[in-house]
Design a protein around this ligand. Structure first.
Ligand code: F0G
Length: 468
């Protein structure tokens, strides 16, 4: 489907005009350099510990940080706060059924609550869950159930510089090897769209069909982690010729048609500040899930949310499929990625959904991995421009295609996540210029060391100190 505006490669200025105008603003402040230095030191060089009021531009996450539309705000007033069977639930249920094609719709307060319930029902000790790349809460819930999350994403994902249209895909060879050896221990295959932990790269419809074929061969259920399904559908439309004329909503429906259910953090594509749900095809599983929901979240017609939240989610789910909105969002990410790459920084290419993913080692070639280049980059972004970014260093289990064995591989990335409808082109220019400035001054950075690492949830509570 041809977007009504011109392609970013041809005319940045046309494609990057925001397809909305601003009705409410929120003042942001850039503390001066001395303040920033003091604040970062007081936060032990972990910028998530800095108060949000002291951050100028916050690119830590695209989750729950988006700006709701006028229609979403208006919908809040329609919220029916009845404990049982509220009108708001019925409206939300109808929209979610229409979007997913699944009959059983169960709200939760956010994505991980759905993960908790489904892993509690489906994962037994020793089970292996095969995903393209599991998000860290998913990984955590599977481990909590004494299961083993195994990531079957293609090895190309480790190579930031080599382009690929669908680097979030399963390597079907890995999936087949894993199923051949372990299928009796595999409760479900999880397709994460877009593949957030793999630089938010999309998954193709062809790949989803391939996963479904293998799953059927071995009689294994397929679920989607679908918080950014609309972004993924946009990439399918733009990059798989078969879908060039298809509407986003139809692509989403076809994707879901290859699965048995999904869970959704509505804090991403559905653009609410809090909310989530899961949707299932199987009535027996849905009934058991609803029973657990009462324990963990609440009665199935509110699931840990207010009626008004359900209204905002229903509107947000429709808005997420809007062609013009999606085109702008994906181009914003592409534009920032292009500008950063121009500063001679290695960006995962092509850029994907939730933000721009960077190999921080390319900014600090003089630092070894032990001198923590990603920590240096996050610190420098705050020091230089009051910008907060995210990052991850994790070890995933994947399949060695030669031996078929499960092997461990580390993966490091820095993420400049872009909240939806929140920052303008002016902000993105600012961010790109700050990255260039950080890169220019990088040779002076002597790296960081860890001063404290707690056993659980280390990356939220870790502390650092500068070296040298
Ligand atoms: N699945 C994926 C792919 C996610 O990206 C997230 C959250 C979740 C599940 C969990 O949803 O936060 O509503 O409980 N990702 C955020 C991020 C936190 O920054 O990428 P949640």
């Amino acid at each position: 489907m041809e977007d009504s505006r011109l392609a970013v490669e041809r005319h940045d200025w046309a494609a990057l005009a925001e397809p909305y105008r601003i009705k409410v603003t929120e003042r942001i402040r850039l503390p001066d350099r001395a303040e920033r230095e003091a604040l970062l030191a007081a936060a032990d060089y972990l910028s998530i510990r800095i108060d949000a009021a002291d951050v100028f531009i916050d690119l830590t996450t695209d989750s729950g940080t988006g700006a709701m539309s006028d229609n979403q705000w208006a919908a809040l007033l329609r919220g029916d706060e009845s404990y049982f069977g509220s009108r708001s639930y019925l409206r939300f249920e109808a929209v979610s059924r229409e979007v997913t094609g699944y009959p059983h719709i169960i709200p939760t307060h956010q994505g991980r609550a759905a993960e908790k319930i489904l892993t509690e029902l489906l994962v037994r000790p020793g089970d292996i869950v095969l995903g393209n790349t599991h998000f860290d809460t998913t990984r955590g819930h599977i481990l909590h159930r004494q299961g083993v999350p195994v990531d079957c994403v293609g090895d190309l994902v480790w190579d930031f510089s080599t382009p690929g249209d669908f680097k979030g895909n399963f390597d079907l060879k890995k999936l087949e090897l894993a199923l051949e050896r372990h299928h009796t221990r595999v409760p479900f295959i999880l397709i994460t769209v877009v593949n957030n932990m793999a630089c938010s790269a999309p998954v193709s419809m062809e790949n989803i069909r391939g996963v479904k074929k293998l799953a059927d061969q071995y009689g294994v259920m397929v679920l989607f982690d679908a918080c950014r399904v609309a972004e993924n559908a946009y990439f399918i439309q733009q990059r798989e010729p078969e879908f060039a004329d298809a509407a986003i909503s139809d692509i989403v429906l076809e994707m879901f048609s290859y699965g048995d259910g999904c869970w959704v953090s509505a804090k991403k594509d559905a653009n609410v500040n809090i909310g989530g749900f899961f949707a299932l095809r199987d009535e027996v599983l849905a009934t058991r899930a609803k029973e657990l929901l009462v324990l963990h979240e609440g009665y199935p017609t509110y699931g840990g949310l207010a009626g008004r939240d359900l209204e905002a989610m229903a509107v947000g789910l429709h808005e997420a499929m809007d062609q013009e909105y999606l085109a702008h969002r994906i181009r914003q990410t592409a534009y920032l990625g292009k500008r950063i790459a121009e500063a001679d920084v290695t960006v995962s290419m092509p850029t994907g959904g939730s933000g721009v993913f960077i190999d921080a080692a390319s900014i600090y070639p003089h630092l070894s991995a032990e001198q923590l280049p990603a920590v240096a980059f996050a610190a420098d972004m705050y020091l230089e421009g009051g910008i907060r970014i995210g990052g991850s260093l994790f070890t995933l289990k994947t399949i060695d295609v030669e031996s078929g064995e499960i092997v461990e591989r580390p993966f490091a990335l820095s993420r400049l996540a872009i909240p939806r409808r929140t920052y303008t082109q002016g902000h993105l220019e600012y961010v790109a210029n700050v990255v260039a400035e950080v890169k220019r001054k990088a040779p002076g950075n002597k790296g960081y060391r860890i001063t404290y690492l707690p056993e659980t949830m280390g990356h939220f509570f870790i502390r650092f100190a500068p070296l040298g």
